[in-house]
Design a protein around this ligand. Structure first.
Ligand code: FUB
Length: 323
């Protein structure tokens, strides 16, 4: 599949997470809606209220919409804005991890559980203890342990924390200081808690130095994703205000990671967000753009396109505007 394919024409969907469960492809996206809220840097216009799950038998097969599987009204601690989510499977249970603001307008990460990959999911009473910011990604290591990667700047509130603690006044570091990092944390056996304190996921430049906060073309902004290819760990992410999907390679789930390059150049829209999944022996990039909504940044549509590696394990850069 060299030509990108839109996956869900009947709904606006974004921020894909894709997993193969029981031989079937499951997509866990955000569900964009027309909120009527004016666009701002805080992302208030992304006022999403529920999640749908989608499935496919094969990558070019029909997409089944399993309907609403989790509604903000059913989440006991909910305030507003259901942002990016991911899913995981362990011991016969399926878990959705989601970004949501509490009633004080502070983002945390929640978890909801089901017996089936297509839900419906039942949310826990409180957010995951010690969680903050947005965009959880769950990565399953070969030994069955799971790691969560999370964090997002600006509206995602990561700049309000240092060393996992809220600071008085949120701010980004100076341009010549190390950039804020995505966080990585091992999950407990029951998948409902962090097993440790989240750690910084360091992205180093070609000289082994941490990327600087002013390096907007390369530093982490949001949309963490982890996948493993040929024994190496690939951490990919969005640079936010420079609209790139980039990646870095490391030797273990915690890193450090070394910056490699761009996976996808800017798409139509402000946000760019993706996941990488291996399906039937081929690798795919799932992401979103705002072409079908005529460029309305808060109404995004999911796409998939094949992802290609070079012989040295680097990823071929793709054109975000390719039709
Ligand atoms: O969908 C809301 C937010 O937009 C996500 O959490 C970010 O990653 C960005 O895609």
């Amino acid at each position: 599949m060299k030509t990108p394919r839109y996956l869900v024409p009947h709904l606006y969907t974004a921020d894909p997470a894709v997993h193969v469960f029981n031989g079937k492809i499951y997509i866990y996206p955000s569900h964009d809606v027309e909120s009527g809220i004016p666009e701002n840097d805080n992302g208030d216009h992304f006022d999403m209220r529920d999640y749908h799950v989608f499935s496919m038998e094969s990558i070019d097969g029909e997409v089944t919409d399993h309907g609403v599987v989790l509604d903000v009204k059913s989440i006991p601690w909910s305030g507003r804005q259901l942002w990016d989510s991911d899913a995981a499977h362990k011991d016969g249970k399926y878990y959705i991890y989601f970004s949501l603001k509490d009633r004080n307008d502070v983002f945390h990460i929640g978890v909801a559980v089901s017996d089936r990959p297509e839900g419906p999911f039942v949310a826990q009473d409180s957010p995951i203890k010690g969680s903050y910011s947005i965009d959880p990604c769950l990565f399953e290591e070969e030994d069955g342990s799971h790691y969560m990667y999370f964090g997002g700047l600006w509206g995602g509130q990561l700049q309000r924390y240092r060393d996992n603690k809220a600071i008085e006044c949120g701010h980004e570091p100076a341009d010549n200081e190390p950039a804020l990092c995505s966080k990585v944390v091992k999950m407990s056996d029951n998948m409902l808690e962090f097993a440790e304190e989240p750690k910084d996921l360091l992205i180093l430049d070609e000289n082994g130095e941490p990327l600087q906060a002013g390096d907007h073309d390369r530093r982490f902004f949001e949309a963490s994703w982890m996948h493993k290819y040929n024994g190496k760990y690939y951490f990919s992410y969005s640079t936010g205000n420079t609209h790139l999907l980039c990646y870095a390679i490391g030797d273990n789930p915690y890193g450090p990671f070394t910056y490699q390059g761009v996976i996808l150049t800017p798409v139509v829209g402000w946000t760019t967000h993706h996941c990488v999944a291996e399906i039937a022996g081929k690798w795919y990039l799932f992401h979103h753009d705002c072409v079908p909504s005529g460029g309305r940044t808060w109404l995004r549509s999911l796409k998939v396109v094949e992802l290609e590696y070079n012989e040295d394990g680097t990823i071929k850069t793709m054109d975000g505007l390719k039709k």
